[in-house]
Design a protein around this ligand. Structure first.
Ligand SMILES: Nc1nc2c(ncn2[C@@H]2O[C@H](COP(=O)(O)OP(=O)(O)OP(=O)(O)O)[C@@H](O)[C@H]2O)c(=O)[nH]1
Ligand SMILES: [Mg+2]
Length: 657
C-alpha cells in the first residue's frame, strides 16, 4: 500500500527528477571550474605559471562552461516523439506546447536550446537553402539567413501558435521538389509527398531552433526533435554529425503499430548500438501503451501484455529488454497537466526520466572527469613535484649550513667551489638540452605537418575529384576508400611520431633527474584512439549510405554529392581537432621540464648567494638557517594546498548523480 504522503511525495520527486539531477550535474561542473580557477590563481601567485599552461587551463574552463548535453529523439513519423518532449520537458506549462498531431507533424529537425545572449525566439532556416552548398553548421554563424519569430513567454497559447511553423508545408512543382533533393519520381520513400494534382508537398523550413529559457535548457540541455527519417530528404549533417554526437538517443516506437519495416530500418541505420558503436544512452521507448489499457480492463492482463510486447520489441531489435521502456507520453502529459499522480506513475514517464538521469548523466560526468584528470591532473602533479623539489633543496641547504659549525671558512669555501663545479656541469647539460630541444621541435613539426588540414585537403581533393568524375557506386567506393585509407594511414604515422617524441622527452627527463636530481616526471600521453574510431565510424556510415537503395536511384544527383561533401567536411573537422590536440600536447609535454630547468638554475644561484654571505660574515649563519626554515614551512603549506586540490580532482564521483 502506498500512503497518502508517499503519493504526494513520490510523483513530485519523479516529475522533477531529471531536472534535479541535471541541476546536480551543473553544480558539479561549476565546482570543477572553481577548482581550476583556484589552481590558476594559486600558481600565478606562487610564480609557477607558464603561458602554455595558462592557455590550456583557459581552454579547459571554456570546454566545461560550454559543455552541452544533447538528447535526440529518432523514429518513424507519428510515434509520439514530440508528445514525449512535451510530457518530459514542458509539462509545467500545463498544455501541449509543441505541435503533436496524427500524421506527419514535425517537418524539420527542431532543436530546443537556450543561449542567454539571444532573446527567446523561434529561428527558422528556409528550405531553399538546401540548394546552396552551405552546411547548416555554417548557417548557424549567419544570422541573416534565418527567419526569426519572437516568443511571448507570458502566453503559452501564442507560443504554441508560433511553434506551428515547424509543421508548415507548401506545394511546389515536382521539378522544384526534385531540384531541392526532396523528391524523386522513382523513389518509393518520397511517393507520399505527391499531391493528386501532380504537385509535391514539401516543408517550408529546413531546420528550426527554439531559443527558450527553460530551466533544463538553461542548464545546458539540448533536445533534438527529428522528423521521420527518409534518406532522401534527410540532411546528411543530421545522420553524420548531429545524431552520432548526441549523448542520448531515444528511439521511439508505438505499441499500437509494433516494430514495422521502416521502424526497423531507422533503428538499424541510425540508432542500433552495433552500428553506431555507442550503447550507452541509446534507449528504446515503447510509446502509446495506453492503447493496451483501453483494450483490457484487467490490470494484470495489461501488465502481462505490456511485458510481452517489451520482450518482443527487444528480441526484434536485438537489444536487451532493460533498454526498452514502456510509456504513454500522452497520458504522462495529461497526468502532469491535471496533477493526477496515479496517472503519471502509470504512464511510465517517471521511470523513463529516471533512466535518462541514471544512464546519461553519470556517463557524461565520467567523461568530463577523465578529461579533467588527464588535462590538469598531470599539471598539478608536476606542480606538486616541483614544490617537493623545492622542499628538498631548502632542506639540503639547511643541512649544509648546519653542518658548517662556527667560523669554518675553509668548509664554506669548499662548498662554494663544489657548487660552482656543479653549476658548470649544469650549464653544459643546458647546452646539450638546447640541441635536443631543436631536434624535438623538428619532430613536433613533422607531427603537426602529418595532421595539418592542408595535408588532409590534398588527400580529400583527390577523393573529391574521384567522386565527381565517377558518380557510380563502384567509382564512389574507390574514392571513398582512398580517402579513409589515406586518413587512417596518416593516423598510423602520427601515432608512431607521438611515441618517438614521448621517448625523446622521457630521455631528457631521465637525464636531468639522474645527473642533477630534478624531480622525476612522467611525460603525458597522447592518444589518437578517439579520433581513429570517429573516422572509422564515419567510414561505416558512408558505406551504409552507399549501399542504400536510394543511392542506386539517386546516382549523379546533388543529394549524393552533398552527402559525400558533408562526409569529407566531417573527416576534415576530426583532423583539425586532432591537430589542435596534438599542438596542445606538444607544449604540455615540455612545460614541466622547462619550468624545472629554470627553477633549478635560480635555486643554485640562491644557494651560492647564501654561502657567499655566510663566508663574508659568520654572524649571518643563524639568520640564514632560520630564514630557510621559515621558507621550508611555507613550502610545506603550499604542498598541503596542492595535494588537497589533487585529491579533489581525483576523488570518485558521488554515486547519487
Ligand atoms: N494514444 C496515444 N497517442 C499518442 C501518444 N503519444 C502521442 N500520441 C499521438 O500520436 C500522434 C503523433 O504524435 P507526435 O508526437 O506528433 O508524433 P511524432 O513522432 O512527433 O511524429 P512526427 O512529428 O510526424 O515525426 C498524435 O496524434 C499524438 O496525440 C500516446 O502515448 N498515446
Ligand atoms: Mg513530431
Amino acid at each position: 500500500m502506498i500512503s497518502a504522503q508517499q503519493l504526494t511525495e513520490r510523483p513530485r520527486l519523479s516529475i522533477n527528477e531529471f531536472s534535479r539531477r541535471l541541476g546536480d550535474y551543473k553544480r558539479w561542473r561549476d565546482e570543477l571550474i572553481e577548482i581550476i580557477n583556484e589552481y590558476q590563481t594559486w600558481v600565478e601567485s606562487h610564480g609557477l605559471a607558464s603561458g602554455d599552461e595558462n592557455l590550456q587551463l583557459y581552454e579547459l574552463i571554456d570546454a566545461l562552461r560550454s559543455d552541452k548535453l544533447t538528447i535526440a529523439l529518432v523514429a518513424e513519423f507519428s510515434r509520439g516523439k514530440t508528445e514525449l518532449i512535451n510530457a518530459i520537458f514542458f509539462a509545467d506549462y500545463r498544455q501541449r506546447l509543441l505541435p503533436s498531431e496524427a500524421g506527419r507533424t514535425t517537418l524539420c529537425p527542431t532543436e530546443l536550446r537556450y543561449d542567454e545572449n539571444e532573446p527567446p525566439c523561434l529561428k527558422l532556416l528556409p528550405i531553399e537553402t538546401r540548394k546552396t552548398p552551405t552546411a547548416i553548421a555554417e548557417y548557424r554563424r549567419t544570422p541573416s539567413a534565418w527567419t526569426v519569430m519572437p516568443l511571448d513567454l507570458d502566453s503559452p497559447k501564442k507560443m504554441a501558435e508560433t511553434f506551428q511553423q515547424i509543421t508548415k508545408s507548401k506545394s511546389v512543382s515536382a521539378h522544384q521538389a526534385e531540384a531541392l533533393g526532396l523528391f524523386h519520381p522513382r523513389a518509393e520513400a518520397t511517393a507520399y509527398l505527391l499531391n493528386s494534382d501532380g504537385t509535391v508537398q514539401i516543408p517550408i523550413w529546413r531546420h528550426a531552433i527554439i531559443n527558450y529559457p527553460h530551466a533544463l535548457l538553461k542548464q545546458g540541455l539540448i533536445v533534438l526533435d527529428t522528423p521521420g527519417l527518409n534518406s532522401l530528404g534527410t540532411e546528411p549533417e543530421l545522420t553524420l554529425s548531429m545524431l552520432p554526437n548526441a549523448q542520448a538517443v531515444l528511439f521511439v516506437l508505438a505499441a499500437d503499430t509494433g516494430v514495422t519495416k521502416t521502424d526497423f530500418e531507422v533503428w538499424t541505420n541510425h540508432v542500433c548500438p552495433a552500428r553506431t558503436g555507442k550503447d550507452s544512452g541509446r534507449l528504446v521507448v515503447l510509446n502509446k501503451i495506453d492503447a493496451l489499457w483501453d483494450e483490457m480492463s484487467n490490470e494484470t492482463a495489461v501488465a502481462t501484455a505490456i511485458a510481452k510486447q517489451v520482450q518482443e520489441t527487444a528480441r526484434i531489435l536485438g537489444t536487451s529488454k532493460n533498454q526498452v521502456l514502456a510509456v504513454s507520453a500522452q497520458k504522462g502529459l495529461l497526468g502532469k497537466i491535471k496533477m493526477d499522480y496515479a496517472l503519471i506513475e502509470r504512464s511510465g514517464i517517471p521511470a523513463l526520466e529516471s533512466r535518462l538521469s541514471s544512464d546519461i548523466l553519470p556517463a557524461r560526468k565520467e567523461l568530463l572527469r577523465e578529461r579533467m584528470i588527464h588535462d590538469i591532473g598531470s599539471m598539478i602533479e608536476t606542480t606538486n613535484a616541483m614544490i617537493e623539489a623545492r622542499v628538498k633543496a631548502v632542506s639540503d641547504q639547511i643541512q649544509e649550513l648546519q653542518a658548517l659549525g662556527s667560523d669554518n671558512r675553509d668548509a664554506v669555501q669548499d662548498l662554494v667551489n663544489r657548487l660552482r663545479d656543479e653549476k658548470q656541469r649544469y650549464d653544459q647539460t643546458l647546452v646539450s638540452f638546447q640541441q635536443t630541444r631543436a631536434v624535438l621541435s623538428d619532430q613536433v613539426k613533422i607531427l603537426l605537418d602529418y595532421l595539418s588540414v592542408e595535408a588532409f585537403d590534398v588527400v580529400a581533393g583527390k577523393a573529391r575529384q574521384g567522386m565527381s568524375e565517377s558518380w557510380t557506386t563502384p567509382g564512389l567506393r574507390e574514392s571513398m576508400k582512398s580517402l579513409f585509407d589515406g586518413a587512417l594511414d596518416v593516423m598510423e604515422k602520427t601515432n608512431k611520431q607521438t611515441l618517438q617524441i614521448r621517448s625523446l622527452v622521457q630521455s631528457i627527463y631521465g637525464k636531468f633527474h639522474s645527473e642533477h636530481g630534478l624531480a622525476k616526471i612522467k611525460p603525458v600521453n597522447f592518444s589518437l584512439l578517439p579520433y581513429r574510431s570517429r573516422l572509422q565510424k564515419l567510414y561505416e556510415e558512408a558505406e551504409s549510405f552507399r549501399n542504400s537503395p536510394m543511392m542506386i536511384i539517386m546516382e549523379q544527383h546533388f543529394v549524393v554529392q552533398k552527402f559525400f561533401a558533408t562526409l569529407v567536411d566531417q573527416a576534415r573537422a576530426i583532423f583539425s581537432e586532432c591537430n589542435a590536440a596534438a599542438r596542445t600536447w606538444s607544449k604540455a609535454i615540455m612545460a614541466p621540464i622547462l619550468s624545472q630547468v629554470r627553477e633549478h638554475k635560480i635555486l643554485m644561484d640562491q644557494r651560492l648567494e647564501n654561502l657567499k654571505k655566510v663566508h663574508e660574515n659568520f654572524d649571518h649563519l643563524d639568520d640564514r638557517i632560520s630564514e630557510l626554515e621559515s621558507n621550508r614551512q611555507n613550502l610545506e603549506n603550499q604542498q598541503l594546498v596542492i595535494r588537497n586540490m589533487l585529491r579533489k580532482i581525483n576523488q570518485p564521483l558521488p554515486t547519487d548523480c
